[in-house]
Design a protein around this ligand. Structure first.
Ligand code: SF4
Length: 246
């Protein structure tokens, strides 16, 4: 089997999207995620045994290549999920094929992964890393996800060493991480990485609740309200202001 024959399990594809990176994006959502974040709105991507479509790296990149004229100077592909780096060999292979075709890609990841060779290769080839900074210490990371904060720190350190353009993202949930004191803690973690170009807060919402019901998965935030958008904007201004003074 050569690299182009590596098979990826794809939850869904989204052509001509505008979120998750610069310009016009082609979103590739891969299946599988072990993290179980309490606020996840995509529990349908968790199991890699559910509904998915298989593509070889070559097949997927040929399909994406047809959209190249729409990407312009800034656009490209974003690998997301689920956790795309659970299928790092596939992502790295796609990355190589896309680069050969002059198409850049972003990785939208939790960073809570082992830094094996394929992961490093996928990160090295990426033009942009979108890293979820879910919580700011090991204890809360373990409480609200099933992941390991040390891995996220190691992942961010790798991005920093490689000088990768990096955007941080944090989902803000009422009564969990919605105070300026929480933001100060996040900023402390972020300050170790010079590669961070932008820090974006996302408000918790309830749009994925029906998926929990459909999949019969208990929803730990069933009684939590969506994040107030004005409060979210205030916290974003707080973060931006503090970062502008660094
Ligand atoms: S990392 Fe993303 S897909 Fe995985 S559980 Fe958390 S929010 Fe959901």
């Amino acid at each position: 089997m050569n690299n182009c024959d590596v098979i990826g399990k794809i939850h869904s594809l989204e052509s001509l999207a505008t979120l998750d990176g610069d310009g016009v994006r082609y979103g590739v959502f891969l299946v599988g995620c072990p993290l179980r974040c309490v606020y996840c709105h995509n529990p349908d991507t968790w199991a890699n045994s559910g509904a998915y479509t298989q593509y070889t790296a070559r097949e997927l990149c040929d399909k994406i290549g047809r959209y190249k004229p729409y990407f312009g100077v800034d656009g490209g592909v974003t690998f997301s999920g689920g956790e795309p780096l659970l299928q790092a060999e596939f992502v790295a292979c796609c990355g190589k094929l896309l680069s050969q075709n002059g198409i850049e890609y972003a990785l939208d990841t939790s960073g809570a992964v082992e830094l094996d060779g394929h992961v490093k290769e996928a990160v090295k080839g990426a033009e942009l890393i979108i890293l979820d900074l879910k919580m700011y210490d090991s204890e809360s990371y373990r409480k609200y996800t099933a992941g390991d904060m040390d891995k996220v720190i190691a992942f961010g350190d790798l991005c920093d060493r490689l000088g990768k353009r990096t955007w941080l993202r944090t989902v803000v949930v009422p009564n969990i991480n919605d105070t300026t004191q929480d933001m100060d803690e996040y900023l402390k973690v972020a300050s170790r990485w010079k590669c961070v170009e932008k820090y974006e807060l996302l408000g918790f919402h309830t749009m994925g609740f029906d998926k929990y019901a459909r999949l019969s998965i208990p929803n730990p935030l069933q009684s939590t309200s969506p994040m107030n958008s004005e409060k979210l904007q205030e916290l974003q201004r707080y973060i931006d202001d503090k970062r502008s003074k660094l």
